[in-house]
Design a protein around this ligand. Structure first.
Ligand code: F6P
Length: 371
């Protein structure tokens, strides 16, 4: 039966990452031959509120597979909390719906992380818009899928950085503390830390103490190793901070500790402690936005192409209100209802955590005196 869908919008929202363009390309390449017109909404949900878009077709998406960033640009704006010049916010959901209808869209495909899933779900629930989403983020923390696109590239970049820091750490007998992104999850630091042979990996899911980290590095020194690499997730917390965070959570004051973190990068405090405690020069490297830039890895290109074609197929089939999720070898629709409000953190018994411990990596919660 021919599809009833005639016009589909695509937007990219939240932090950018490598692979967004590859998904946009795959969506367009799947829909255009079916006679469906594809429109790119500019700057995330901002373009929907401000009625700004471009036509996507074979010509505009040609050559996009390897291009980093997003040709549609992005923003973190939310339709229901639109920033006003006087500092207040306004609910602009009706404006978003009006422009969706004006453009004659039958469906809006939203590419983004946890926040985007929430915004898309809200637009569906409160505005009656047909939405489909795909999970994007180098943090890999969107619930419901085995992997988010962008993660593999972020992990590759962080791993290469750790490789490079190894040689300079070794030449100078230094400790290198490396700040790695990931928001409140440790996937990026854990994956790149194992792949890059970090001696200590600190992730938010496993609170650490500075004393345990220092003791592990001292034990390493006693075994004749005069340099060390510490891979530290931006959301990593000391056991004391974790307790305070728990108290804040109970009082529903979420995010307060994260603000503290933002003011004082976690790596710098740990580095100071380690230099005093073990007497080796210590340096901090913050990988920052490098992890989100440039071309996607082959794994991400494959993943993005599949996410894009599957999202387009669901649009053609009229299956809305879902996120495309990778489960094993399958790409399945998962209800947005089930996805929103949850985070995919690293399980404490995850095989990566066990593997790291098996090869003698200190995870900050116990001293490893092994090899
Ligand atoms: O979600 C991706 C991410 O890069 C996180 O790892 C990081 O905490 C955050 O975005 C940075 O946000 P912004 O781009 O707003 O500075």
């Amino acid at each position: 039966m021919p599809s009833k869908v005639r016009r589909v919008g695509v937007l990219t929202s939240g932090g950018d990452c490598p692979g967004l363009n590859a998904v946009i390309r795959a969506i367009t390449k799947t829909l255009e031959p079916q006679g469906v017109e594809v429109y790119g909404i500019l700057e995330g949900f901002t373009g929907l509120i401000e009625d700004r878009y471009i036509r996507l077709d074979d010509a505009t998406t040609s050559g996009l597979l390897t291009v980093g960033g997003t040709i549609l640009k992005t923003s973190r704006n939310k339709p229901h909390k639109w920033p006003m010049p006087d500092g207040t916010t306004k609910d602009m959901t009706s404006e978003a719906v009006r422009h969706y209808q004006k453009l004659g869209l039958d469906c809006l495909i939203c590419l983004g992380g946890g926040g985007t899933q929430k915004n898309a779900h809200r637009l569906m629930r409160e505005g009656g818009i047909n939405v489909i989403t795909a999970p994007k983020t180098i943090d890999n923390d969107v619930w419901g899928t085995d992997i988010c696109f962008g993660f593999d590239t972020g992990m590759s970049i962080a791993t290469e950085a750790l490789d490079r820091l190894h040689t300079t750490a070794s030449s100078h007998h230094r400790v290198m503390v490396v700040d790695i992104m990931g928001h409140n999850s440790g996937w990026l630091a854990l994956g790149s830390g194992i792949a890059g042979g970090a001696d200590v990996i600190l992730i938010p899911e496993i609170p650490y103490t500075m004393e345990i980290v220092a003791e592990s590095l001292l034990a390493r020194m006693q075994r004749g190793k005069r340099f060390s690499i510490v891979a530290m997730a931006e959301g990593a917390m000391t056991q004391d901070q974790a307790r305070r965070q728990e108290d804040l959570n109970k009082k529903k004051k979420k995010g307060k500790l994260a603000e503290e973190h933002a003011k004082e990068p976690v790596g710098a405090i740990l580095a100071e402690h380690l230099e005093d405690a073990i007497g080796l020069e210590t340096r901090v490297t913050s990988l920052g936005y490098l992890q989100r830039g440039g071309i996607p890895t082959p794994t991400d290109r494959l993943l993005c192409t599949k996410y894009g074609t599957r999202a387009a197929e669901l649009a053609l089939q009229g299956i809305f209100g879902v996120m495309v999720a990778k489960r094993g070898q399958e790409y399945i629709p998962v209800s947005l209802e089930d996805v929103v409000g949850k985070k995919r953190l690293v399980p404490l018994d995850h095989q990566w955590v066990r593997t790291a411990r098996e090869v003698g990596t200190c995870m900050g919660d116990e001293v490893h005196k092994g090899w």
